[in-house]
Design a protein around this ligand. Structure first.
Ligand SMILES: [Zn+2]
Length: 146
């Protein structure tokens, strides 16, 4: 169950660093594939030989698909790193990113009209390595007041 397995194996700080590197590799891939798609679109002409036109059309479609997939991957990884990174500070002694995982699991939020198929969200109960303070990360979102 990611990211719990990775964090318990390599520690939070290393996991967070790798998430940021991984997400930025996706961002670079997104930009480069957008350039490839734009270049193929710019040079695409129908009177071209069939093989050339086919390669350019493939570059446009493949570049656009890779751009979109890379953007979604970048966004997903950054949001996950942000969710966990924001709550990796012990509230009692302010130690950052040094904790033991006590328990973990996943919950699926209830379906709403806006999001009929919500993704499962991983949670961890952790304890600070310095002071032993325990907390849950990421903390459940606040429910709107009724
Ligand atoms: Zn602490």
């Amino acid at each position: 169950m990611e990211p719990v397995n990775s964090i318990s194996r390599m520690g939070f700080r290393k996991w967070y660093e790798r998430e940021l590197i991984d997400s930025h590799v996706s961002l670079v891939t997104c930009v480069l594939s957008a350039f490839v798609a734009a270049a193929c679109f710019e040079t695409f002409t129908l009177p071209a030989p069939p093989l050339t036109a086919l390669l350019q059309a493939g570059g446009m479609i493949g570049g656009a698909a890779l751009t979109w997939a890379s953007w979604l991957r970048y966004r997903r990884i950054m949001l996950r790193a942000w969710r966990f990174g924001e709550q990796a500070v012990c509230k009692q002694c302010t130690l950052y990113g040094r904790f033991n995982i006590l328990a973990s699991g996943a919950i699926t939020p209830p379906a709403t009209e806006d999001e009929p198929h919500p993704a499962s969200q991983v949670w961890m109960n952790v304890s600070c390595k310095r002071c032993g303070h325990t907390w849950r990360m990421p903390e459940p979102a606040d429910r709107p007041a009724r």
